[in-house]
Ligand binder design. Sequence first.
Ligand code: AP5
Length: 215
Amino acid sequence: MNIVVLGPPGVGKGTYAKRLSEILKIPHISTGDMLREEIKKGSELGRKVKGYVERGELVPDEIMIEVIKERISQRDCEKGFILDGFPRTLKQAQALDSITKIDIALNFLAPKEVIIERLSGRRICKRCGAIYHIKNMPPKRPGVCDICGGPLYQREDDKPEVIERRLEVYKNTMKPVEDYYRDKGILITIDASAGVEEVVKSCLKVLKEKGLLSD
Ligand code: AP5
């Protein structure tokens, strides 16, 4: 089953995709995580994309399409994948269709105040990438990951001025992508203003209704 998850920065795409990946046993592929990893390593790709990511701008399509082509050709994607953060432009959506077939696009939505609150309180484990929130999903010990004991940090692009820029970029670029999947009849809007477990339940319900998942 090939799923793409769409929605504004901070709506919870990574959180839900990680949970769905465990349940459905298919990999969660986050282009944002992949880019941050390359930046951390200081690789050639990391040096190319660093400025875009830190300013909250989109990385050029040519680069992103190559990254995804390579990633989804790997063996762990044979039974499907959950793509988080790609496509972000119409060109990326069309390129993805030329590589593989997408079964469903889950479009998560929540009010702007909820999103800003989620992004400003987000903390991530430096070692394993687990996502926390200082109020909504706090770790047992402040600043320490429950899963691996690694240190938690705040993303560079979760600073207030970059958050605003990311939301603006999203507003200006995602409509054609949503329309693209709507026209194909595979865009499903999910209300992401509820708690995590409730949102994940809504996703599973939709997958069952669409015949993509048996009971
Ligand atoms: P990326 O990493 O994809 O960032 P994003 O889309 O801005 O999304 P986020 O990761 O910020 O948010 P999320 O929706 O996953 O929320 P999360 O689950 O963490 O991209 C970063 C950058 O990379 C881009 O700006 C761009 O430069 C570049 N890039 C990446 N892909 C690209 C592409 N295809 N083309 C071009 N450039 C690209 O949740 C947020 C917080 O809320 C967490 O603290 C969580 O604990 C909490 N939370 C989540 N859900 C709930 C809930 N239901 N209730 C309470 N709290 C919740």
